[in-house]
Design a protein around this ligand. Structure first.
Ligand code: NAD
Ligand code: LMR
Length: 343
């Protein structure tokens, strides 16, 4: 815990805040001192929807919390040094838990190359969440998302607390990128561009449905190049950072958008749709248990998983390639927990 004095402030601040906020929402960030964790926590501190922010990391979370706590919004920030007790305390009563904990890529690596390190990190954090606060909406940022989300589901099943409505792989960055890339091509405002991106979160599993965008006319080489850029946008950042990690700032924005959408939906706001990688009926008949598509959010988490709508033959081919990889990534996560259950 960051300090007793902060705890005292918490109660006073909570009371002051409850006069203006519709609900009291605690959000926990696990991996809060990292490249994503820090700017994500800052954005959450700026959100009027967040009344308490719990920052946990294996290193540096109390310092990050002290820093962010000076930002002049009413929410209370607590930083937790690493220990099982502190982790449980950070998780307790959180409405949303975000997990960016894990190592990022270096040039030449695929997201799957992170599996050996990140699978056990995510498994153990999911285990702690399943014990301390299984009802929280759990948002997985750590890669490879196509495998870490199934890992969380398996861990929750072991504790008999699995609720598919509250587990989300964060794929928001793919639609953020897609809207920006298409706006660059068409010289438009990216805020007016909506590109549905489905599938998973790596390479060919990322499938933009350009035929449903504002620019279904993009075709030929221009279309191929745009699809490729959306699928491999993460590589651009990894290459440019040259060994210093992957996307952090754009990811913080994307993770914040997902968290805030969940809180808005919890508050009863209707019609909130986000793309996210969830336990999905869409391709279960082909053995693919999880799939990212547009999902309407409600107070309980997933309200309605939207279908793909009309797709053209080009997109059908992209989906076929996606499903092949995705199935393997999902199975890898499930097998990992079977062979290496949480202790
Ligand atoms: P980073 O190394 O800067 O930060 C990771 C943080 O996690 C570090 O502070 C580290 O101390 C912490 N950590 C490690 N093990 C932990 C544990 N057991 N408990 C708590 N904290 C722990 O990395 P980053 O750039 O922030 O990226 C984090 C992850 O997010 C990577 O796996 C990366 O691939 C992924 N990512 C996902 C997306 C997406 O779209 N879903 C986008 C960008 C990055
Ligand atoms: C991204 O899409 O930027 C992230 O998944 C990080 C990465 O490894 O590319």
């Amino acid at each position: 815990m960051f300090s007793l004095r902060r705890t005292t402030q918490t109660l006073a601040q909570k009371r002051a805040f409850s006069a203006s906020a519709s609900q009291y929402y605690k959000v926990a960030v696990l991996g809060a001192a990292g490249g994503i964790g820090q700017p994500l926590s800052l954005l959450l501190k700026l959100s009027p929807k967040v009344t308490e922010l719990a920052l946990y990391d294996v290193r540096g979370a109390p310092g990050v919390a002290a820093d962010i706590s000076h930002v002049n919004t009413n929410s209370v920030v607590k930083g937790y040094a690493p220990s099982p007790e502190n982790l449980a305390e950070a998780l307790k009563d959180a409405e949303v838990v975000l997990i960016p904990a894990g190592v990022p890529r270096k040039p030449g690596m695929s997201r799957d190359d992170l599996f050996n390190t990140n699978a056990s990190i995510v498994r153990d954090l999911a285990d702690a969440t399943a014990k301390a606060n299984p009802k929280a909406k759990l948002c997985i940022i750590a890669n490879p998302v196509n495998s870490t989300v199934p890992i969380c589901a398996e861990v929750y099943k072991r504790h008999n607390v699995y609720n598919p409505k509250t587990l989300f792989g964060v794929t928001t960055l793919d639609v953020v990128r897609a809207s920006r890339f298409i706006s660059e091509l068409k010289s438009t405002d990216p805020l007016n561009e909506k590109v549905t991106v489905v599938g998973g979160h790596s390479g060919v599993t990322i499938v933009p449905l350009l035929s449903q965008s504002n620019h279904p006319d993009i075709s030929g080489e221009a279309r191929d190049a745009l699809v490729n850029r959306i699928q491999f946008g993460g590589d651009e950042v990894v290459k440019a950072k040259d060994g210093a990690g992957s996307a952090t700032l754009s990811m913080a924005l994307a993770g914040f958008r997902m968290a805030e959408s969940l809180l808005r939906a919890k508050d009863g706001e209707k019609g909130i749709v986000e793309p996210t990688f969830v336990d999905s009926p869409l391709f279960k008949d082909q053995g693919v248990e999880f799939f990212a598509s547009n999902v309407e959010l409600g107070p309980e988490g997933v309200k309605e998983i939207k279908g793909l709508g009309d797709i053209n033959s080009y997109e059908k081919e992209l989906i076929d390639a996606c499903l092949k990889d995705l199935k393997k990534n999902i199975e890898k996560g499930i097998e990992f927990v079977k062979a290496n259950p949480p202790k």
